[in-house]
Design a protein around this ligand. Structure first.
Ligand code: PHE
Length: 347
């Protein structure tokens, strides 16, 4: 480039190109990219002019370098200005987008609550636990022997019809009652025995107050001199703790093959206090559980001498207690986990 005029023309072309190009740039990133096309020492429009410096005759070199440098400084100034302007705006937008409104209401987290069945089971365990009962956990699959035969309910016994059983085979079934656990405990342990046994039981039964799967809490006490009075006294304490201090119990004769005598236990209606209402069907009493004095045949079958020891047993339906206590009119509501129902039940 022998002629400096030619350089001047080139430089003013570059300048006007830069001027018009700057109007089109919209971000600090585009400034950065565009800057490369000007300053890059190989491909940049000004950068490559600097590279050509070596080819310039020595006497023109100083002037050449000065002219190129002038444009370079000018362009750099413009780019810096643009860059700063865009960065400021970009920062402002970012702050705007990330702004936290501390006056906004906080996101509420829903808190879970214990299921009514769990609440009742835990209350029962606490009550009997404080009376010194230990927990025995049986199995949901049982043999016909433990569920029936050992409970004084042999094959041809009509009481087998009281419970519609899900048989798994000739020998195995889904337990219809936690009473099966009584036998396991009495076979393994010698008196004194004082256990409760919570668990699921299964019967082919299905309506508003019955479900094919439900939960029971078995209780068993075997010791010297245990009578029906002990049962009654203990159940009085139990119902007062569950339903309230002003509630009392009454025993009605009933029948279970493994207890003799057998009783149904009623509580005085905790809603109308005995006057008669819908809950107690006008009777003033509500049936809550089955119980009785352990049949001597059952004790004997487990190797416990009925002349020396006696005992009582009871079976509480956990869903039934939950339904009564929390005013739930359909057992299915306890298995559907509908939050509209569950949220109303807190303890
Ligand atoms: N197992 C009986 C039932 O499920 C309840 C019960 C238990 C009765 C213990 C007496 C003694 O109906």
């Amino acid at each position: 480039m022998a002629d400096l005029n030619e350089l001047s023309e080139k430089l003013s072309a570059i300048k006007s190109e830069i001027r018009s190009e700057l109007d089109r740039l919209g971000s600090s990133k585009s400034v950065f990219e565009y800057k490369k096309t000007i300053f890059d020492s190989k491909t940049g429009k000004v950068g490559s002019l600097m590279r050509e410096m070596g080819k310039i005759p020595a006497e023109l070199r100083a002037e050449y370098g000065k002219k190129v440098n002038e444009v370079k400084t000018w362009a750099q100034g413009l780019f810096d200005e643009m860059d700063e302007k865009f960065k400021r705006e970009e920062m402002r937008l970012r702050y705007e987008a990330e702004k936290i409104d501390v006056t906004m209401p906080a996101k509420m987290h829903k808190q879970g609550y214990l299921h009514p069945n769990t609440l009742i089971r835990e209350q029962i365990v606490d009550i009997f636990g404080s009376m010194g009962f230990q927990i025995y956990e049986g199995t949901e699959i049982e043999t016909d022997y433990y569920n029936f035969t050992a409970l004084n309910t042999p094959d041809d016994h009509p009481a087998r019809d009281m419970q519609d059983t899900f048989y798994l085979s000739d020998k195995f079934l889904l337990r219809t009652q936690t009473s099966a656990g009584q036998i396991h405990v009495m076979e393994k342990q010698s008196p004194p025995i004082k256990i409760i046994s919570p668990g699921k039981v299964f019967r082919s039964d299905d309506d508003a107050t019955h479900s094919p799967m439900f939960s029971q809490m078995e209780g068993l006490v075997v010791d010297k001199g245990i009578t029906l009075c002990d049962l009654k006294g203990m159940l009085d304490v139990f119902v007062k703790k569950i339903f309230g201090e002003d509630v009392s119990t009454r025993l009605r004769p009933s029948y279970f093959p493994f207890t003799e005598p057998s009783v149904e236990v009623d509580v005085s209606c905790f809603q109308c206090h005995g006057r008669g209402c819908k809950l107690c069907k006008g009777t003033g009493w509500i049936e809550v559980l089955g119980a009785g004095v352990v049949n001597s045949k059952v004790l004997k079958g487990c190797g416990i001498d009925p002349d020396e020891y006696s005992g009582f047993a009871f079976g509480i339906g956990i869903e039934r207690i939950a339904m009564l206590k929390y005013g739930i009119n359909n057992i299915k509501l306890l298995f559907e986990s509908d939050l509209r129902v569950l949220e109303q039940i807190r303890e």
